[in-house]
Design a protein around this ligand. Structure first.
Ligand SMILES: [Zn+2]
Length: 273
């Protein structure tokens, strides 16, 4: 077998994600994103994108030996999922003490629980452990987002459902729209605040900014248990077929969804027993 370099393998994984996102219907895509963002919460946004590219329905990935320690055997012939792991190096600090520092990153193989001899009951993903109460108060959520992400005010006299003022890093929500629309606007503008603030270094075009904010809002709503239809304008595949950019967008959406869920968790989310 020819030896694959890390670079080659990474480029191949990046393009695989683009293919998957293009082939997946909007509603299924929403499910996949939500599963990834809830169940892969201990992984960096980069590794979430890596896992989604290779096994989008993965819920619990670990190394071969870690599974073994947990009493599970990786099945013969299973194809590894590759993720980035820090390469540690021992050095001696100024006090003469030995410590480990990150010297770089390498690709390491991991396997999803469905690739082990775990029983079907054990492999069921706990997606629906996060549920929101039936009636979410937009004002309570706005206070939570004000405290953790950016100040939110409810106003009249704006034509949009919501606005994010980049220079002032604050959010306005239209007072005269239904609560469900206010919640969606709140998530959308909060995603802008997380990802597209004044200090965000990247120059992204307008379509991409809206795609990221809208996808984040849909994923948050979906995770909180609202019925949502993914508008075609937010369909990731519609953005184009640039694999690198889609790979980055998945990472950005992961970061925004995490920040919003962390902010609204205390008021919005009840964990099913
Ligand atoms: Zn927007």
């Amino acid at each position: 077998m020819p030896k694959t370099s890390t670079k080659e393998r990474y480029v191949e994984i990046v393009s695989r994600l683009a293919e998957r996102l293009t082939d997946t219907g909007p509603q299924a895509l929403l499910d996949l994103l939500a599963i990834a963002m809830v169940n892969l919460s201990r992984y960096s946004p980069l590794n979430v994108a890596m896992i989604m590219a290779q096994r989008p329905d993965a819920t619990d990935v670990r190394g071969y030996r870690t599974w073994k320690k947990a009493g599970k055997q990786v099945l013969k012939g299973e194809r590894a999922i590759w993720i980035w792991a820090p390469r540690l190096k021992k050095t001696v600090d100024e006090n003469g003490e030995e410590k480990e520092v990150i010297a770089g990153f390498r690709l390491v193989p991991v396997f999803d629980i469905t690739q082990t001899d775990a029983t079907p009951e054990e492999t069921q993903h706990p997606m629906h452990q996060i549920t929101a109460p039936d009636h979410l108060d937009p004002h309570a959520l706005a206070r939570a987002i004000s405290a953790k992400i950016a100040p939110v005010t409810f106003v009249t006299g704006i034509h949009a459902n919501g606005l994010y003022y980049r220079d002032q890093h604050r959010i306005e929500i239209n007072r005269n729209i239904p609560p469900a629309a206010q919640l969606h606007a709140l998530f959308h503008e909060a995603a802008h605040a997380v990802l597209h603030g004044k200090d965000s270094a990247k120059d992204k075009d307008r379509k991409r900014l809206e795609l990221e904010a809208e996808t984040s809002a849909y994923v948050v709503s979906h995770i909180l248990g609202f019925e949502v239809d993914l508008a075609s304008s937010t369909y990731l595949a519609s953005y184009g077929t640039k694999p690198d950019e889609l790979f980055e967008i998945v990472q950005d959406v992961t970061a925004a969804v995490r920040a919003i869920l962390a902010a609204v968790q205390p008021v919005a989310i009840t964990k099913a027993a």
